[in-house]
Design a protein around this ligand. Structure first.
Ligand SMILES: Cc1cc2nc3c(=O)[nH]c(=O)nc-3n(C[C@H](O)[C@H](O)[C@H](O)COP(=O)(O)OP(=O)(O)OC[C@H]3O[C@@H](n4cnc5c(N)ncnc54)[C@H](O)[C@@H]3O)c2cc1C
Length: 435
């Protein structure tokens, strides 16, 4: 059996490794257009902020781990230009490679508006290395975009540079609901006030390696401008091969087959079912990509494991605060006509005598089913684990009452006996009982 994987990132290398582990006799070949496979994109903001300076620390494995140990053929610097699905071949230039099964894991690329075309963007290792070089001689850094990546860069780069953030929206992390979004805004402004809200660059010019950025609020200079203005899934190969797409993503079934049964897709290029709404949407996140890759590996020759979908659980470091969300927010609940109730709790991260940090936790409940359908959190100490507890609960479809009665462990250092999760759940029960 000849298996070809296009793209050697998180999803592609997870798929290739699992296929080979399950089927040592299969020939598995990965084509990667860059000179790196399997590296930690999520660690790149820390590399840029100087937490470490050797980019090779971002490599999960040396390439020999795949070629020699796992017996996967890996072609780096090899871009696949075309898929001929009828004759089951892929082309790099004029060279054709035949497959029995094909896996498309081409990821996504930065979406850069024309006005920002001369600015830097951060998606690949090579882009990270370029930015790092430029930062060596930089003092003033301008970041465009206050989504997940822009906010994390703002927080981390502010430790070393004079950083300005330009946000198209009135908030940081616009996915958050307004109530908790306002709390985050205060926290961020207390750490770095250099933010233009409701602002977009109208002109960016580059002269002698210096940038001038013009917005409707004025003009400023910067040594470097980094745009985090969103990403576009790389679906062109799939589209040209006639595969079905949905919402700009490669459409897959529950076993991650595309509309061609012998072609699978996963990671940032593929549509993922939202567990709450059922909509096929974009969840460009590392664990989802890895799990889709592994699921493709299991299903490569028989439909064994369904990929159940995802919640889009996102957690980021904002000036030392763990800030995140999972499931749907109030706007999405309204869009889907879900009869939703929200609970926002301000608690403490530890027992009072141990001086924990403030915790802001919000849960959203479907009043008809009593299930928790979303959560948002700002918490310095254990925010990631509180959010992940809620994500696991929401994935299992448990009710707010089940969440309250879930037997969570307690120790004063790690949370108060009435942990904010438990308080939010109990207030949720009160609201439901009062209906
Ligand atoms: C700076 C940054 C920070 C992040 N932080 C987090 C985080 O903290 N938490 C989190 O959950 N997620 C994070 N992410 C997102 C996460 O890294 C991605 O969701 C994940 O890497 C997607 O994996 P993938 O395999 O789909 O795509 P990728 O890892 O991007 O891999 C796709 C690969 O395909 C290759 N390719 C594309 N087209 C072709 C072609 N035609 N031929 C050959 N090769 C091709 C590309 O070169 C690329 O190497 C971050 C992303 C970035 C950029």
């Amino acid at each position: 059996m000849e298996v070809i994987v296009i793209g050697g990132g998180a999803a592609g290398m997870s798929a290739a490794s699992k296929i080979k582990r399950e089927n040592p006799d299969y020939n598995v070949t990965v084509f990667e257009k860059s000179n790196f496979v399997s590296y930690a994109e999520c660690g790149m903001p820390y590399y840029l902020a100087g937490y470490f300076d050797d980019f090779t620390r971002l490599l999960h494995y040396p390439i020999t781990e795949f070629t020699e140990k796992r017996k996967i053929r890996v072609f780096i610097n090899t871009k696949i230009d075309r898929i001929d699905a009828v004759n089951k071949r892929v082309f790099s230039g004029t060279v054709a490679y035949s497959y029995d099964k094909l896996v498309i894991t081409t990821g996504a690329s930065p979406k850069i508006p024309d006005v920002l075309k001369d600015t830097y963007s951060l998606r690949s290792m090579n882009e990270a290395i370029n930015i790092k070089k430029k930062l060596e001689n930089s003092h003033d850094v301008t970041l465009i975009g206050a989504g997940v990546l822009g906010t994390e860069l703002f927080s981390l780069l502010s430790e070393r540079y004079n950083v300005r953030l330009i946000s198209k929206h009135e908030f940081i992390l616009p996915y958050l609901d307004e109530d908790i979004g306002n709390i985050l805004k205060e926290i961020v402004l207390a750490n770095n006030k250099n933010i233009e809200f409701n602002s977009v660059p109208v002109e960016v010019t580059k002269n002698n390696n210096k940038f001038t950025v013009k917005t409707e609020y004025g003009t400023h200079d910067a040594d470097i401008v980094i745009s985090s203005t969103g990403i576009i899934p790389d679906v062109s190969l799939a589209e040209e091969a006639g595969l079905k797409t949905v919402n700009g993503l490669i459409s897959t079934d529950d076993y991650l087959h595309t509309s061609d049964y012998d072609i699978f897709a996963g990671g940032d290029t593929a549509a993922v079912k939202n567990i709450i709404t059922g909509e096929r949407q974009h969840f460009p996140l590392a664990q989802i990509a890895n799990k889709m890759g592994r699921t493709i590996g299991i299903n490569i020759n028989r439909d064994t494991r369904k990929f159940p979908g995802a919640l889009g659980t996102t957690i980021i470091n904002v000036f030392g605060w763990q800030v995140g969300y999972t499931g749907i927010n109030e706007r999405t609940a309204a869009k889907y006509n879900i009869n939703a109730e929200k609970i926002l709790v301000h608690g403490k991260s530890r027992s009072a005598y141990l001086n924990g940090s403030d915790v802001y936790i919000k849960i959203i409940i479907n009043k008809n089913t009593e299930k928790i359908i979303g959560a948002q959190i700002i918490d310095k100490d254990n925010g990631a684990w509180r959010l992940n507890t809620l994500a696991a609960a929401i994935t299992s479809g448990i009710s707010v009452s089940d969440m309250f009665y879930a037997d969570l462990g307690y120790e004063p250092e790690y949370g108060p006996v009435w942990d904010p999760i438990i308080i939010a759940s109990s207030l949720g029960i009160d609201k439901l009982d009062a209906k």
